[in-house]
Design a protein around this ligand. Structure first.
Ligand SMILES: Nc1ncnc2c1ncn2[C@@H]1O[C@H](COP(=O)(O)OP(=O)(O)OP(=O)(O)O)[C@@H](O)[C@H]1O
Length: 258
């Protein structure tokens, strides 16, 4: 049997006194590309942050790449692209330095010798090689996002977790990025990607999980939202907030893709 890249059992997360994630079980086999969908505020970012140990679990267990969440996880092989984070964290730093920082982790505080070459290659792959010496604070949101993706790729991750990685990125660059993810998938990388719109990721997705109010309401075949939301021409800029009061039934109309 293939080892699970990610295994979560009974995960609950409470933030600010509110239950945000309510009993999520998720087993992601190695090599799978899983899309995590759900309305704004349904708990997608909080779930992945808890799976990566960024926010504490109120209950439940998580294993990543065969080890329980904690120091035994091979963090050097876990890449994470958070949502909407200033790439430099407010500190003056160049794009290249941000990407080089991706080669470091808790047990490797001395960067590898080929760090600059690897970082340049990752920036080139994302189409921002020419920005390597620019301060990230001077870059646009989309350019900063590509720097953050390069920082995750430079680790050569076996597990790659992406939180809305293509928001703010133009379509040609999104397509180039999807090709990069396809190459990683072909090399055996497991990918968990939060998406607002499946868009150019559609051919890559093996499985879709939909969250609602912190619970899984669909887990299985790729799904597409109703045509007006999933259609290629739909401008998905309006919010789809999770209603404050949980109600029965899914909040997206889902159809199983042929
Ligand atoms: N640190 C926090 N303290 C209190 N509440 C929080 C915190 N972080 C997130 N939340 C709340 O948790 C809920 C889920 O947020 P989360 O960002 O996980 O949802 P999401 O599905 O990723 O939404 P989006 O698509 O807008 O990114 C929201 O109601 C949010 O306000």
């Amino acid at each position: 049997m293939t080892e699970a890249a990610l295994e979560a059992t009974g995960v609950h997360v409470t933030l600010g006194g509110q239950q945000i994630v309510r009993g999520v079980d998720l087993l992601v086999p190695s090599g799978q590309v899983l899309a995590l969908l759900g309305a704004n505020g349904s708990g997608k970012s909080t779930l992945v942050r808890s799976l990566l140990g960024v926010v504490p679990l109120a209950a439940g267990q998580v294993r990543l790449l065969g080890a329980p969440l904690g120091p035994r996880v091979p963090w050097d092989r876990v890449g994470y692209v958070p949502q909407r984070m200033a790439a430099g964290g407010g500190v003056p730093t160049t794009a290249l330095e941000v990407v080089v920082s991706g080669t470091l982790h808790g047990r490797r505080l001395v960067p590898p010798r080929d760090r600059r070459a690897r970082a340049r290659a990752a920036l080139e792959e994302l189409g921002v090689g020419d920005l390597q010496d620019r301060r990230v604070q001077e870059l646009s949101g989309g350019q900063q996002q590509r720097v953050l993706i390069a920082r995750a790729l430079v680790r050569r991750p076996r597990l790659l977790v992406l939180d809305e990685p293509t928001s703010g990125i133009d379509l040609p660059t999104q397509e180039a990025f999807v090709s990069t993810v396809a190459r990683l998938r072909d090399e055996g990388t497991t990918v968990v990607v939060i998406l607002h719109e499946i868009g150019p990721f559609a051919p890559l997705i093996d499985r879709t999980v939909v969250l609602r109010h912190g619970r899984v309401v669909h887990d299985g075949d790729p799904v597409h939202a109703r045509a007006e939301h999933g259609g290629a021409g739909h401008d998905h800029t309006h919010p789809h907030a999770d209603p404050a009061t949980p109600q029965d039934g899914p909040d997206l109309t889902l159809g199983v893709a042929p």
